[in-house]
Design a protein around this ligand. Structure first.
Ligand code: AOF
Ligand code: ZN
Length: 354
């Protein structure tokens, strides 16, 4: 290692760099599947930002390599801040651990270890070469944020399922006459479209297609299509009309003639980040099967007093059997609330959940 005294990055500088890396990773979500969306920042030897990178589409360079290229010679004696442990394998690209060593980086701070056994080991390689390595910086933000679905799939082998719905204060997703448009305000709708543009697949039941004729595309505020469109998936035994909007050519569409939740997930095994958008029966089936990994509940300050519930038939018959969730975050979005919830760990031994 260099014997001269080098600039020591403060904890605040590293934290700021990690926040930039997380932002970079977020911007790549939707474009990297099946690879994780990773972000990287390279600081020069004086602690200034010299390069920022994010994972490129499969076959393209990893985040670290993009950031190192931008930094060029400024990486020598510098520091890399990365959301995921640098890979150690010759996959579609060379090992990032080696790229960091070749560039002369002397410190690496990453948030989350790589659970993929093929790619893991980057930290060890770097330490063996005399690089200062730490892990855990903003790990929770990364685990809940850009790497959430990918980590879930690495752990379980299944896509990560978010059930998203909008409902009134009394839990209705449609009025008595079936009308359901504009429960939430324009701010929430914009958020939904921005989130859609980062997904791999959106799932709905045939009933929703018949009732609402949704497009299920990710659109920009001006109505144009976002750069990335998730695959649209329609689940159910019933037919949908040939002129349903979900069958237009703005995004690919998959028709799954089943009602079994695990058959749906098996058919979607190549996807990582999946959104379940309704309707109430499909949501109930996923909830009953314990296959909802996160809920995004948009609560609008309206009362209908009648109309369709957001969920029907979730397999619960008594209060003791209620499916319980805890909130990860609560946001206000215009006039609405967005609750992000995850399954509460159950202490009920009869529960299907663990
Ligand atoms: C990193 N930086 O930006 C990403 C990493 O098929 P490959 O060669 O592209 O490798 C994919 C694996 O590499 C992936 O499963 C994960 O373990 C790691 N992804 N690693 O150092 C990155 N995207
Ligand atoms: Zn890599």
């Amino acid at each position: 290692m260099n014997s001269h005294v080098r600039h020591e990055n403060s904890a605040a500088d590293l934290d700021a760099a990690m926040q930039i890396a997380i932002g970079a990773a977020e911007s790549a979500r939707g474009f990297t599947s099946p690879n994780p969306a990773v972000g990287a920042v390279v600081l020069d030897s004086a602690g200034r930002i010299a390069g920022v990178g994010m994972t490129q589409p499969p076959g393209g360079p990893h985040a670290e390599v993009v950031a190192l290229r931008e930094a060029g010679d400024a990486a020598r004696g510098g520091t890399a801040v990365v959301t995921l442990e640098p890979c150690n394998h010759h996959g579609r690209t060379g090992p990032c651990s080696q790229a960091l060593l070749d560039a002369g980086v002397v410190a690496v701070h990453y948030a989350v270890g790589d659970p993929n056994p093929e790619a893991a080991g980057g930290a060890e390689t770097l330490v063996s070469a005399g690089v200062e390595v730490t892990s855990g910086l903003r790990a929770q933000d990364v685990e809940r944020g850009p790497l959430r679905a990918w980590l879930h799939r690495q752990r379980t082998g299944r896509p990560h399922v978010t059930w998203k719905y909008a409902a009134t204060l009394d839990g209705r997703s449609a009025a008595a006459d079936g009308t359901s448009q504009w429960i939430t305000g324009p701010e929430a709708r914009e958020r939904v479209h921005a989130d859609r543009a980062k997904l791999d697949a959106i799932v709905v039941g045939t009933g929703t297609v018949l009732a609402d004729d949704p497009r299920l595309t990710a659109r920009m505020p001006d109505g144009s299509l976002a750069a990335h469109q998730p695959v649209r998936v329609v689940v159910g035994l019933g037919d949908i009309p040939a002129d349903a909007r979900v069958l237009d050519d703005s995004a690919p569409t998959l028709l799954l003639r089943t009602r079994d939740v695990d058959e749906v997930l098996a058919a979607l095994a190549e996807y990582t980040d999946v959104l379940l958008e309704g309707g109430p029966r499909l949501a109930g089936a996923f909830l009953a099967a314990g296959r909802v990994d996160r809920i995004q509940a948009y609560l609008a300050p309206l009362v209908l007093g009648a109309g369709t519930s957001a969920v029907t038939e979730a397999g619960v018959h008594t209060i003791g059997g209620a499916l319980r969730f805890r909130h990860e975050s609560v946001e206000t979005i215009g006039p609405d609330l967005l609750l992000s919830l995850v399954p509460a760990v159950s202490d009920n031994p009869d529960s299907h959940r663990t």
